[in-house]
Design a protein around this ligand. Structure first.
Ligand code: ZN
Length: 354
């Protein structure tokens, strides 16, 4: 088997549901003079050190559940609210001045994913989503995301619009695979992608999944703490071209993006804005001239870049760590994950998420 592949929604769903509607902000002027009261800030509900997670949530006990989800220690200002009726836990916080909201919906869950695993999934969101948003978001990219744990539907996980679904049994059976969610959260950046306006190879709109796995590698929770134990970047031995190669795009970005020119973010923008039909995205298509403008990749075809990549010393090092949390051999060769942080220093906030 190749990668532990994710089952993702098709392009059609992305095309149909990629955007959120901007709320109607038209207001009627009022002359009310009622005093404005500001609620007192809520005291943080930190878990006592060493507190064990319960075997299951009791959403009726809002305070105990809020305490489990409280992330004030790891990200300032997260407000947690439990809604027992809809079996939803809502977390909101501002990250770098932008408000994000995560709704964790357990109404389809059968309790196969443990409370500790669910909280880890929420932490993962706060770690990876604002980072990806800062780099890739379009005007319509949602900042309110719903994460549903469901004991039905896709075997692994899926994304559509501003919703991500993960099967309730997936983490029970694959307890290290949290970063399948990093992959799914990155699909939310692809609202507006359309199969007629992006790189394709026959029927394969390959860049959709390559982009999501590129993000999975670079934004994986705790710099790959879980991810690298259970999922790895393939080499050119098993991925034979840029159409199938995830590592190629990691290499391309690392090698040719600069502090001021971000090749992957440019590509995301051109695709989202539907600036080039698929005929312009061929091996030597003119879309690449725009994306590579100002970089050392300009004037090279993707096949030429592929040959350069497989001759580089980044094609073969493994991304499997010797031990959990240890640095993998590829990162030892080139600090790929750090290079993204260096280019986007505002991401420092997210690294507090432990
Ligand atoms: Zn996918």
């Amino acid at each position: 088997m190749k990668l532990k592949s994710l089952i993702c929604i098709g392009l059609a769903a992305l095309m149909l549901t990629g955007c959120t509607q901007t709320p109607d902000t038209t207001t009627t002027a009022t002359t009310t003079t009622a005093p404005v009261t500001t609620p007192a800030p809520k005291e943080h509900l930190h878990l006592e050190e060493g507190t064990a997670f319960p075997a299951s949530f009791n959403l009726e006990d809002s305070e105990a559940t809020e305490r489990l989800f409280d992330m004030c220690e790891i990200l300032d200002g997260v407000i947690v609210k439990v809604r027992p009726k809809s079996q939803t836990i809502t977390m909101s916080a501002k990250v770098n001045g932008k408000k994000f909201t995560l709704n964790v919906n357990l109404s389809g869950s059968n309790g196969n994913t443990s409370p500790e695993q669910i909280v880890t999934c929420a932490k993962l969101f706060w770690y990876c989503y604002p980072q990806m948003y800062a780099r890739f978001a379009a005007k319509t990219t949602p900042t309110t995301i719903t994460l549903k744990f469901e004991d039905f539907g896709y075997e692994v996980a899926s994304a559509s619009g501003n919703e991500v679904h993960i099967h309730d049994k997936w983490l029970k059976n694959n307890p290290e695979d949290f970063d399948c969610l990093t992959h799914e959260f990155s699909h939310i950046m692809q609202g507006g992608w359309d199969g007629n306006w992006l790189p394709t190879s026959g029927e394969d709109t390959y860049m959709i999944e390559r982009f999501a796995d590129y993000c999975r590698y670079l934004y994986s929770f705790k710099r790959g703490y879980y991810n690298d134990m259970c999922w790895s970047l393939q080499t050119s031995q098993t991925e034979s071209s840029y159409v199938t190669g995830v590592r190629f795009w990691v290499w391309l970005d690392y090698t040719y993006s600069t502090k001021d020119i971000d090749i992957i973010a440019r590509m995301q923008k051109e695709i989202t804005e539907k600036n080039f039909p698929r005929a312009d995205w061929t091996n030597d298509g003119k879309a690449w001239d725009v994306i590579f403008e100002g970089t050392g990749a300009l004037g090279k075809t993707l096949d030429e870049l592929w040959d350069e990549y497989i001759a580089s010393d980044l094609d073969t090092p493994t991304t499997k760590p010797r031990e959990q949390g240890g640095r993998n051999a590829l990162e030892g060769k080139a600090p790929l994950r750090q290079s993204i942080r260096d280019r986007y220093p505002e991401a420092d906030d997210y690294l507090k998420v432990k």
